[in-house]
Design a protein around this ligand. Sequence first.
Ligand SMILES: N[C@@H](CCC(=O)N[C@@H](CS)C(=O)NCC(=O)O)C(=O)O
Length: 206
Amino acid sequence: MIRIHNFPGGARGIRAIWACEEMGLAYETSAVTFPPSDAYKALNPLGSVPFLEDGAVAINESIAIMLYLAERYGPTPLLPKGDPVALARVMQLTVYGEASLGAGIDPLLMAKFGAPDADKLNWSVRTQVGRVERFIAYVEAQLGDRPFLVGDDLTLADIAVTTALGIWQGALDGPLSERLLAWRAGLAARPAWQRAQAAQVRPPPS
Ligand SMILES: N[C@@H](CCC(=O)N[C@@H](CS)C(=O)NCC(=O)O)C(=O)O
């Protein structure tokens, strides 16, 4: 059985849970405390979430978890294989959602919630805000007027990127254009996304 460890409401865990819901996979969630317990750190020494267990598979990194699920349990429209151009774009933007966006946002979270007042808007923070804003502008340019980042259907790219933008908007009060807000609202209207949100707080099976 697929088990996804996550903080209650953990932002990146939704990527894995949402992918399961879109693919119709059976899974269970396991709530991780903060700070994580010794038992959890024995499983995942980083103490971070999400973390996936699936039989002998035990990995962190939300993007790798989604790619694993799509490869292991696909084929799925989330990772379209028919057209190499589309496949490459999905892979690019899926990784971009964390490697550029998510990882770019992390230092801003640390500055906002952890830095002393004198450092909250220091040169590094200001520079990083500018980088993230450019990364977000790139997403908007790629999206154009279409409902999805690649092709005519939801892919891992949409899941990866909108999740990062949710952190930007939710935790940092970061601005988003009307276009990106409308795109995110369209994704959040999907039944699978709503089931994923509900599952985040679902207690583990007894
Ligand atoms: N690149 C990792 C980032 C994981 C990460 O930083 N997760 C956050 C929660 S969304 C976390 O666990 N923060 C607490 C910590 O790192 O100790 C991924 O995409 O899974």
